[in-house]
Design a protein around this ligand. Sequence first.
Ligand code: G3P
Ligand code: CA
Length: 775
Amino acid sequence: MRKRRNIVMKLAMIFTIIVMTAASFPFEASHIVRAEQSVLVEENFDRLDDRLPDGWKVIEGQAAVENGKLKLTSPSTASPARVLVPLPDESRDIVFEADMTFVSAVEDTRWASLMYRVQSEDYPYYQFAVRRGTTALNGVEFAERDAQNKWVVPEATFFTENFEYNKPYRLKVIISKNRVQQFINNKLVINSDQAMNMKNGDVGFQASGSTVLFDNVKVSTFDQDLPPVDNSGAFLPEEVKTNIINAPTLIGSSLSAAADANTASVLLDVERNAAGHLVTSGLPLSEALAKVKNKHIPILKIEQRGLEEEVVHTLNETQSTDVHIVSSNPDIVKAITTLMPTARGGIIYTKQSFNKHDLNQLVRTVHSSNAKVALIPQKILTVETVHYLHTRMVAVWGMGAGTENAAHELIHTGVDGMITNNPAASVEALAKYPKNTIVQRPIVAAHRGVPSMAPENTMAGYRLAYDLGADQIETDLQLTKDGHIIIMHDTTVDRTTNGKGAVRDLTLEEIRQLDAGSKFGEEFAGEKVPTFKEFLQEFKGKDVILLIELKDVDIEEQAIREIKEAGMVDQVVLQSFDLGSMVKSFELHPEIPVGYLYSAAVPGTQSAKIKNAQKMMDYGTNYNVTLNASYGSTYKEFIQYMRQRGMLTMHWTFREEAPFRDKLAEGLIGPITDYMQWLTDSPINLETPIKKVNLKPGKTSTIRAKAFVDYRTAKKENIPTELFVTENTDVVRVNGNTIEAVSPGTAQVFVKHTFSMLGQEWNVVGEPIEVHVKE
Ligand code: G3P
Ligand code: CA
């Protein structure tokens, strides 16, 4: 052992240098670590005549030096290749870096790694693993091979691009006590404090199901402490107290407005001043960003062209990645979100009214500008407009709420955010609602139709979903042997039809002969497997969106062509478990919204939850996809995080009442369910035709408040309601649905309707009625 170390000592060029390590990731750049370092290993394989450096050891599999590089070859996961590099002084904390190049990988999930703190020349050890498909949610890992020779993965994340074949990437690990930082091309990708189990050890290289080259290896000592992990700047700004479920987030329209009422976000009007600097409300932009950091989410409003690069520069410099860019000019939003793919986008609507064409155009503009939010003046917003945009995955921030009454009106449109110069009025308004009040209609997707009542993925099921008031109808696309798109969930027809075989092996003609109804019930005998074209035609022009899952591979182009041919671009949302398929769809037709289906574990601690929500938000924004996670992957902080940042999401698949109820109560907006019928009779809105009443004081001056309940279907009912007042007042008394004037003054009276849904009571509340009592 000693002898081996001496050889390595000779190989290593020992000298001392002063190194500045500045992490380039958002949350660390302020911490510049100065450390005295000794180089323990430095190796470029150039003069080795195809042999491994002295002391290096192949522990497993195939490894050799070829053409001045270390090459590891692993044909499969079961046969990894591992090389151990003994360190002359293994007790030290280190910086370990090397160039890594994928030559091949058996599939995109396969990986290569830098191993560190390797024990007993084998395992346990830590590693910095990088998959060929680095954009996967676990594309980059800080993993531990534990004492039982099993994987434990304390941290995983994604990199913003897949590693290209034959292109070197610089990997670097800093390990100091229990702190680990892992970098790709100098960008910090993992920042953890979970390196508790091994205190020191050797380093090494590994390949799993890949052929990979390493070069320019360097190991130096690291004698400083890394700064504590600071939750990566992930935060949930505090919201206003309210009983409204999924209440709109509050956005101050300026720095001073935001500060006054502690709003979640702040709108910063950015311009270039006479001296050529970026400013907002007279402050340099960088100063304003520093001021709001970890307090409010900054939303930069930019109307001037030519500021794009400088804005991105300032955002990078101030490590402000949790940011929105909004403009009435889509080109500005697109330019900035292209330069900085994790910056979110919003489009400001400037016309004075809406017709259907305007709405469709707005949806197309929002999506094709890499945005997810439309900012719309309150005076042209209605419940219907908000719903129209929501079902097309556009979140709505209303601009207005200048007074308390205006705030109530805006709340009732179901917006996701309220931008106001008078947040105090909204704070007051939001405080007045009773427990479990719903003001926003959830976007309910009927999963494969209504499989609890009709055969899945049949026209009978889809029509039923429509009749039951579905906002979206979910479905699965696959290709037949002769290249037609049909609708089927499984890859074979066995489960749902009277036939047998893989969809891929059957022609359209053969599939159309099958009966897709009788297995469910004789009354559905003769139902056919629908073609995609037939499905599109059926719902064209109807008030429903088709949530189309691309199940098959390489189906994007044809699916989009058929959507366009059917004139259905404005009525579809695409989704897939294959991120690449959604990225491709977005490239082909960026006006159509796309969603990424996935499921993931829920982290254990509050701070890990917020950090995970931030990671997912960045992931979705980076690829312009909505985050369509299984509902079990969501949690309160996730829902709030998305809410505050204008991302609507769809979640699958609700088949039981209890989680359905609990998730809606947490504010989940887009349930995908097999049981559309459970929500059909739930009211979605309460209208009060009167907004102002004048009454004379006295027992006889009473009015009955009229209210209408709107349901998902065409049903509307004039129903008796319960009235309530929120403030102590001697102006009026309320009893049932009767207002009684008592003494002169003004009072606010609310109308409430309580209903039961998914085994729980919920309220819909009307806009307040202003009662003036005068002699
Ligand atoms: O809508 C998403 C959901 O359908 C995903 O699961 O297997 O039912 O297609 P699956
Ligand atoms: Ca599906």
